[in-house]
Design a protein around this ligand. Structure first.
Ligand SMILES: [Zn+2]
Length: 214
């Protein structure tokens, strides 16, 4: 095959990168809804939010979520993510309640605009602290910054997720927190967020299944 003849001239590291891209494209094609989870800075618990959101979405039959590490404003990585996921439903921005969140959300918006991706909404993570012993909620950080940012920027606010120390433990153990502690305030928050998110997901287009399919 022509393909095989040409591979001889392609350097191994390029081949590896190409294979990686093809694998990702295959995985992506099986996912019904693609949501890119973004944050304007690190340390907001984006990966944890992505993992648990994916889990609740899957339970709802709306599986599929991409935890794309897209630090807005750095290199061409964001652009390549957008190219890999041209049919993404949109992006969810994860931020924290602090006052700087307006700036973070702004950065994410700028990125989403640059790659022509819709923003489905903003999630305020680490919003208050729920004591795992007595279940009492305390605002260890100022609460509401993410919501204020969403409002100011005209974006839907999807909800706040309280900090629960067990989230970190669950994340390390590999089992999503929402499955491990379905009755927790944080798990409840994830379910509420998915409820708000679902109507914003694109209608699924029937996928062509054969050479004659249109
Ligand atoms: Zn307590």
């Amino acid at each position: 095959m022509a393909e095989e003849l040409e591979t001889a001239q392609i350097p191994p590291h390029i081949m590896a990168a190409m294979r990686e891209r093809m694998k990702m494209a295959q995985r992506m094609s099986r996912i019904k809804h693609k949501i890119v989870v973004m944050s304007g800075k690190g340390g907001v618990g984006k990966s944890t939010v992505a993992a648990n959101l994916a889990c609740v979405l899957a339970e709802n039959g709306a599986a599929g979520l991409v935890d794309a590490d897209v630090p807005p404003g750095t290199s061409d990585e964001p652009l390549s993510v957008a190219q890999e996921i041209p049919d993404a439903d949109g992006a969810v921005v994860v931020t924290t309640p602090q006052e700087v969140s307006l700036l973070d959300v702004r950065k994410s918006i700028a990125f989403a605009r640059a790659v022509k991706m819709d923003i489905l909404g903003v999630i305020e993570n680490m919003s208050g602290f729920v004591c795992p012993h007595c279940g009492k909620e305390t605002a260890i950080f100022k609460v509401g910054g993410g919501e204020a940012a969403a409002e100011e920027l005209g974006l839907p606010f999807l909800g706040r997720i309280p900090l629960d120390p067990r989230i970190v433990i669950g994340g390390d153990a590999g089992k999503p927190f929402v499955l491990e502690h379905p009755d927790s305030a944080a798990a409840q928050a994830f379910r509420e967020i998915v409820k708000k998110l679902r109507p914003r997901l694109k209608e699924t287009k029937p996928r062509p299944t054969g050479p004659l399919a249109k």
